[in-house]
Design a protein around this ligand. Sequence first.
Ligand code: GDP
Ligand code: MG
Length: 191
Amino acid sequence: MSRHSIVIVGEGGVGKSCLTLQFVHGKFAESYDPTVEDSYRKQVTVDKKQAMLDICDTAGQEMYAAYQDQYYKSGNGFIIVYNVTDRMTFERIKSYRDRIIRAKNSEEIDAKTKKAMGLEPDQDIIPPMVVVGNKIDLDNSRQVSTQEGQNMSKELGIPFFEASAKTNVNVTESFIELVRQIRKTGGVLWV
Ligand code: GDP
Ligand code: MG
């Protein structure tokens, strides 16, 4: 069975831990220690094929680059989360994406690897990613519209879901889409 390492990123409080716990355990935890960083394992069947997911829920120190880059390097796929009721978290999406791309294109990925992937030496590898706009159950406090989310998704070329960890909307779907994205890369990298 193939194994994929998935890293959940995004600003503090957007619901990374709740999305992870909803996906792994099918529960919504009203409060979860924001400083706890945890990893989980879950087996899934996607398109009739099984996969083992190692999920890393990053926490705290969201903006300490050196620290995060280790996670970014170890991930096969990434879920970038924002909170639809907090515009600032939406505005951070692009910088998370850029950091992931930079980490993945660091020194150890050499020209030979890129060539094997059909890329030119100066072309960036874009790792599998999905963007999730969480907390859509809080519709009255919305600050980011669905349309804005879709525009961002189109601009960045990353699949996008609006979700609620609380009411369990599009949680599994987001992880499944990421598995599909990971499979598309053929598992060439980051085993
Ligand atoms: P993290 O810092 O990104 O891991 O965020 P948490 O998962 O700890 O969630 C932060 C807060 O948002 C907690 O109080 C959660 O109960 C709440 N929360 C998370 N997801 C949702 C959601 O989908 N809907 C609502 N209403 N609250 C949520
Ligand atoms: Mg957390």
